[in-house]
Design a protein around this ligand. Sequence first.
Ligand SMILES: [Zn+2]
Length: 253
Amino acid sequence: MLNDDDLNRYARQVIINDFEEEGQEKLLNSKCLIVGAGGLGCPVALYASAAGFGNIEIWDDDIIELTNLNRQIAHDNNKIGLEKAYSLAEACKRLNPNISVKPKIKKLDSFSNISNFDLIFDCSDNPKTKYMLNFLSHNNQKILISGSATQMEGQLSIWKSGINKFYPCYECVFPKTSSVAPVTNCRESGIIGSITGFIGSMQVTEGIREIAFKKNSSILENSMAGYLFLYDGINQSLDKIKLTKNNECPLCK
Ligand SMILES: [Zn+2]
């Protein structure tokens, strides 16, 4: 049962069909991991907190620099030199004190324990972490919602290969030997903050769809798992591409 404060806080979303109080309770009971507290991690964590994801953990081992502030909107001038994970968790708690937000100064590796979480938001900016998250999410049967952005372009993809063997995984589509893996290093390529904001916002929308909406809802008739969304900010276009599983994939075949 939602308390009075939560009924008010989430009033504008619990009135949505197939979301309702039941959906809010599912969100509040869910456990999600956000890997990266930068350009994508900031909007993901803020929107997830505002929506009432009840248990959020944020992993990052970086500190805030002035060059981050064009896009990492939960941090500010006074936080330069401090840890991103703590700064972002504080901003989330200011927005919504009714949820649990735990920051961890942590770099992901193949031994990282993600078994506790329902949902993983990949807000990292490098292929190594993306492959690692794909490996961990597949083996732990987790939903992985992956974002990336560079310059005026962004990508969103949803992976559930560990939950349903018919879905592809990240490595099916971006083989490790291939040069087509997205280059997402903001330091080298540049990035506009509103692009990361848009992709991060889409990541949270997917998280809400996966956790909160009733499973017989028309919204969930077609799972977005196994789709890649490509956003082009130059032409303001969004493409939705159905991906196929690689039957030779070293991870999920
Ligand atoms: Zn695969």
